[in-house]
Design a protein around this ligand. Sequence first.
Ligand code: ZN
Length: 242
Amino acid sequence: MRIAVVSDVHSNLVALDAVLAHAGPVDAVWHLGDIVGYGPDPDGVVARLAQVGAVGVRGNHDAAAIGGDEIEQFNPEARAAMDWTRAAISEPTRAWLAALPERRAEAGADVTLVHGSPRDPTWEYLTSPGAARASFGYLETTHGLNGHTHIPLAFVLRDERIEAIRPAPGDTLDLAGLRAIANPGSVGQPRDGDPRSSYLILDPDAGTVTWHRVAYPIEAVQDAMAARGLPPRLAARLAHGV
Ligand code: ZN
């Protein structure tokens, strides 16, 4: 069984389509929130995820897009993009985002999906072993999947010890005998210095997680952002993966 896990698509349909094409035939698509915000195609991304039957959770940008006061914590450029997103999205897109839960347990795979962290699904950036240790206590499943940082990463709990793993493209984590919280990185706006889209494949039967990177035509997205009047710095950063 292969499950494509995507996060932080951020209205980047070109990148999402590149990832789905790279993943090939999969049994499911799971998303970890921040479907919208920053990018030029919020309706297109939601329509594609609905088309492939994706299930997942709500991120802070998704909450802001449907009117949440999360927008008050955005920096000026994120806020400008969110003001545009709020005005641009269709009613079906708004309803689809509003139906997303904060966390979603997938009992069959023994995995819980969140955007930020198991402890604080909307806002916490899970970047330290200490925060990861606390978050394992909030998981009712063995494993977790999270996004929000836009950086591929995993925290592993084995024999009471926490280990942080920075996966290279193609790396596989064997889940046997440990607990893990794994972050696929970002499809639509990577921030680890590599502009290629990042995602992972979970195989619950094999008990493995494998990270992947996919190049996509960034200029096409930058052009679409310029045409919609989105902040130039948000377009420029796509080329640098920051
Ligand atoms: Zn995000």
